[in-house]
Design a protein around this ligand. Structure first.
Ligand SMILES: Cc1cc2nc3c(=O)[nH]c(=O)nc-3n(C[C@H](O)[C@H](O)[C@H](O)COP(=O)(O)OP(=O)(O)OC[C@H]3O[C@@H](n4cnc5c(N)ncnc54)[C@H](O)[C@@H]3O)c2cc1C
Length: 503
């Protein structure tokens, strides 16, 4: 047992009940403005889309649609209605490391791998049983964008997937936009590669809070099966997707589109297996939910092969907020109901010989909160293929901005405007404004919503993660803040490790 275990920090919560969350008015004012916003939403959807199952859902959960959605700008001014408590307790500083990565999605894994390769002691905190985030627990089994030239961290993952015969052969992005892999095998590949590099993993461990003073984080509080404990590190990297560490440390974040805060919609991944005709049957009991009866009623529902005699399906679940506890809960409930309503259509109406095999344990999240960094990457930067002296990553994927407020296959901008040329991401977009020993990478990096709609693909998130890991390790070695590093040195290491930044 490390002597650190004997030390304790006093962790004072400024206030419970989410009052420390920027944009918290979204939840605070809900009960007050429910009625008003519900009417707005009805008008927005129109009766044809907001069919009875959605209405029933809102009724039975006791929430109106507005309560599920991100806040409109005006609603953000609602004052707090919740009582507050002050909360203080001593927790052991059980862990100490050079670099702490919070969130084990593709960005967090690549950040941890890169920092460890640079010789730093690294810990990775992940709240689920496996690493991979959307790529494993979200069931998203395809790398979009260019899968070569992303850097050695991503290359190492792909090489292991190839060894396991669990990824499609390479094709350049220009020929194929996505490279499929086996997401169950990815979970094993990620844990093994992290352990080979001596990254200390804390699974089933949620990040809870950060102790911050004058821009510097000393510890973060995590909670796993052992209860709340502190993790002390020299550098922290937020790869939670929801910018949870950035938010809890009190730095700025934004979410959704500027006019009303609606985020890119979530989608549920689920999987069916093909059975013999005599075993095929509808699984939704008669009289349950509101099954889809015609093709026109289907929400956006993609289907593709998932190995022999199996399919993967993706279901759009719009109008929920991934950064709000109640809203995410409601999204999961709605998603599973909708999955059965849609599956019933395929089983009963189209007579497909499918049975539900499994459903991803967590709904797929495209957008949570985005940190506000020293630089906010804008759509215009992508369109202009703007170059940056501190470029550390490159994106190539088109603007995949699903429309946030309907469940059909619709996009924020017209088809002909979705292409972008290869573009660069600057290091400053990984530096939360005002923070000193904190970086952020992956889908919570600093960008506007449409820039995110491209850069959120896993290849690009991996590049950001790798760069953050490199910079954090360099800062540890130099004993300075990442912001004070020579950006050209970070960029050089990124390139030396095989990342292509040319545009
Ligand atoms: C339905 C859907 C389909 C998609 N399709 C594709 C595709 O085909 N190809 C592609 O390349 N991209 C696709 N994307 C986008 C891509 O999957 C994600 O943007 C990408 O995986 C984000 O990686 P990340 O590491 O930034 O975040 P995430 O994958 O979300 O990982 C964040 C991790 O942080 C953990 N975490 C969060 N909060 C805490 C906490 N408090 N404590 C501890 N751990 C925490 C989470 O559990 C998670 O493991 C899709 C996304 C969705 C939702």
């Amino acid at each position: 047992m490390s002597p650190l275990c004997l030390m304790k920090i006093v962790w004072r919560q400024r206030a419970l009940v989410s009052s420390f969350e920027p944009g918290l008015a979204a939840r605070r004012g809900l009960l007050v403005y429910c009625g008003k916003r519900a009417a707005t939403l009805g008008a927005l959807f129109g009766e044809d889309i907001m069919h009875s199952s959605r209405r029933d859902f809102f009724k039975t959960t006791g929430l109106c649609a507005a309560a599920l959605a991100a806040p409109a700008a005006a609603d953000r001014d609602e004052t707090a209605k919740h009582p507050e408590i002050a909360w203080s307790r001593k927790v052991p500083v059980r862990y100490e490391t050079d670099v702490a990565v919070v969130g084990g999605g593709i960005a967090g894994v690549c950040a941890a791998l890169a920092a460890a390769k640079s010789g730093a002691r690294v810990m990775l905190v992940e709240r689920f049983a496996v690493c991979g985030g959307n790529a494993t627990i979200g069931g998203v089994g395809a790398f979009c964008g260019e899968t070569s030239g992303q850097g050695e961290a991503f290359d190492a993952i792909v090489a292991d997937l190839e060894t396991w015969n669990a990824i499609a052969p390479y094709q350049p992005y220009e020929e194929k936009e996505a490279r499929v892999f086996d997401h169950e095998i990815l979970a094993i590949v990620l844990q093994e590669i992290l352990l080979r590099r001596k990254v200390k993993l804390l699974l089933h461990t949620g990040f809870v809070d950060a102790l911050e003073k004058r821009g510097r984080i000393s510890e973060c509080v995590v909670c796993g099966p052992s209860g709340p404990e502190a993790l002390r590190a020299k550098q922290f990297i937020d790869c939670t997707g929801e910018a949870m560490l950035v938010r809890m440390a009190g730095f700025d974040t934004v979410k959704g589109r500027p006019e009303d805060g609606y985020q890119l919609p979530m989608s549920l991944m689920y999987f069916v297996r093909h059975v013999a005709e005599e075993d095929a049957r509808p699984q939704l009991p008669e009289g349950w939910l509101n099954p889809v009866r015609t093709k026109d009623e289907l929400p956006m529902s993609s289907i593709w092969p998932n190995g022999p005699r199996a399919n993967a399906l993706k279901l759009k679940v719009p109008m929920f907020d991934a950064t709000d506890t109640e809203s995410l809960t409601d999204a999961e409930i709605q998603a599973r109901r909708r999955m059965m309503e849609v599956l019933d259509y395929y089983q009963r109406v189209e007579k497909r010989p499918w049975l539900l095999d499994h459903c991803s344990p967590r709904i797929g999240i495209r957008e949570g909160c985005r940190m506000v960094g020293d630089y906010v990457l804008q759509l215009d930067d992508l369109r202009a293929a703007r170059t940056f002296d501190d470029a550390i990553a490159r994106g190539v994927f088109y603007l995949d901005g699903h429309k946030p407020d309907d469940e059909k296959r619709t996009y924020i901008i017209p088809e002909e405007q979705r292409w972008v040329p290869p573009y660069q991401i600057p290091f400053r977009s990984l530096l939360p404004r005002g923070a000193r020993n904190l970086l952020g990478a992956g889908r919570c990096f600093s960008a506007d919503q449409l820039a995110l709609s491209s850069a959120r693909v896993m290849t690009t998130c991996s590049m950001m993660g790798q760069a953050a890991g490199i910079a954090a390790a360099m800062a540890v070695e130099a004993g300075c803040d990442p912001r004070d590093l020579e950006y050209t040195a970070i960029r050089k290491t990124v390139v030396d490790r095989g990342a292509r930044l040319d545009v």
